[in-house]
Ligand binder design. Structure first.
Ligand code: LLP
Length: 410
């Protein structure tokens, strides 16, 4: 890959100056990219009443959420804490969909008290919800469509052995409970996985929703979930969203005719909105040559970016400090005391100690999956917006690590 494909600046602000100003490691997000991704979805789904419910879990900084809000869209939250973060960002309860998995009913009650619609994901929860609220609170039902899809087993969640949703084969039981409590079901939802390349998967999921929907007279929306695949390197295929938009919209409009009413079509993209907007800038601490491999040890690790170790995910990385240097093979590794390979066997422009390296596609499930493992501090986050780089989360300090520990007199 040529150096020119690797950005050295975002909206005219150099990545090097960001590293200098805010230190490393640092997560940097291009706000314009996020807004453009939203716009591109809005345009390919222009023939249907589209509502985007951004998957907060991908990147939950309040400023990122505010960009989504500003673009006129909503959010999907999977915990009561995410619901509260979304409210902090200015979303009203009606703009938030709450999609928990296997939570205690106390949490559901809290969400209902906040006025948020819940996505019910088990028969026992449907029963509990019916007992508590009858038809006084609208709800959505998460269907497990039994579709195997997604980039790898860990992120495939719509198949028959997955814990998520209520099996489509249990539709008669769902209908029994709905009838028993006269539940007001406003929406049906599916989410089959992440990194789904094939447009047909979304159509297949749609067909499951369309068929089930005919049993629910009060619907106002169908929620297709998230899962669009983005490119992680040059030449890597991405979901053809024009194809998805065209095919799914056509099928949806046809379904609405049959249903007898125009419904809203909801999508819950996470990666598609924020993955490519994000960069993790790190510094090379050491270049270590061994008989077989040259390692670059950086001031970060799986505590900041767990995707390579957790999913064997590929994150492109480049040398920001020496872009024209001769290409050499390296393993880029973290400072964590276990194997934490961030990038394996990569050709990088010759790396020296002190060089800045940049990991791409770090917007989705980067910071949001970070931890304090090895008692390391989490990095700062910076948003580039309207041509300006601004701090949106301070780097942690030592005090943050111990502030919740209760020190006994021993
Ligand atoms: N909606 C629901 C109900 C979800 O569970 C998810 C993601 C999404 C939407 C958004 O999916 P996306 O568009 O981002 O693919 N940590 C993994 C991904 C886990 C996704 C979990 N659910 C990774 O880093 O690849």
């Amino acid at each position: 890959m040529s150096a020119s494909q690797h950005p050295t600046q975002l909206q005219g602000v150099s990545l090097e100056s960001i590293a200098q100003e805010f230190g490393t490691p640092v997560y940097v997000y291009d706000g314009e990219k996020i807004v453009n991704q939203i716009k591109s979805l809005q345009s390919v789904f222009a023939s249907v009443p589209l509502k985007i419910k951004y998957a907060t879990k991908a990147l939950s900084n309040i400023n990122i959420l505010k960009l989504v809000k500003r673009a006129g869209e909503g959010v999907d939250a999977v915990s009561i804490e995410e619901v509260m973060i979304c409210m902090q960002a200015g979303f009203t309860a009606s703009e938030i969909m709450y999609t928990p998995s296997g939570v205690n009913f106390r949490e559901v009650k809290k969400a209902v008290e906040l006025g948020v619609m819940i996505n019910l994901d088990s028969i026992p929860l449907l029963e509990e919800f019916g007992t508590a609220y009858g038809n006084t609170k609208p709800a959505c039902i998460r269907i497990n469509p039994h579709i195997m899809a997604g980039g790898n087993a860990k992120i495939s969640v719509g198949h028959i052995q997955s814990k998520f949703g209520i099996s489509i084969q249990q539709l008669p039981e769902i209908l029994e409970v709905v009838e028993k409590f006269n539940l007001k079901i406003k929406g049906l939802h599916i989410h089959t996985g992440s990194d789904i390349l094939d447009a047909e998967v979304f159509l297949k999921g749609g067909n499951v929703l369309f068929e089930a929907a005919m049993n629910f007279p009060d619907l106002t929306f169908l929620d297709f979930g998230g899962g669009f695949k983005v490119a992680y390197k040059s030449g890597d295929p991405a979901t053809d969203i024009v194809e998805v938009g065209t095919k799914v919209s056509a099928a949806f409009n046809e379904f609405c005719e049959q249903y007898g009413r125009k419904l809203e079509l909801w999508l819950e993209p996470g990666k598609f909105l924020v993955s490519e907007s994000g960069y993790l800038i790190v510094e090379s601490n050491v270049v270590k040559r061994t008989p077989q491999i040259t390692f670059v040890g950086v001031d970060s690790g799986l505590n900041h970016l767990i995707r390579p170790m957790m999913y064997e995910a590929f994150h492109d990385v480049y040398n920001l400090s020496n872009p024209e240097g001769d290409l050499m093979p390296y393993n880029v590794v973290g400072y964590i005391c276990e194997t934490d390979t961030l990038a394996k066997d990569r050709m990088l422009a010759t790396v020296s100690q002190g060089d800045l390296l940049v990991f791409k596609n770090a917007g989705a499930y980067g910071f949001s999956m970070s931890s304090n493992y090895n008692s390391r501090l989490r990095p700062a986050e910076v948003l580039v917006w309207k041509g300006k780089a601004q701090l949106i989360r301070k780097q942690e300090v030592f005090e943050d690590l111990i502030k919740n520990q209760v020190i006994l007199d021993i």
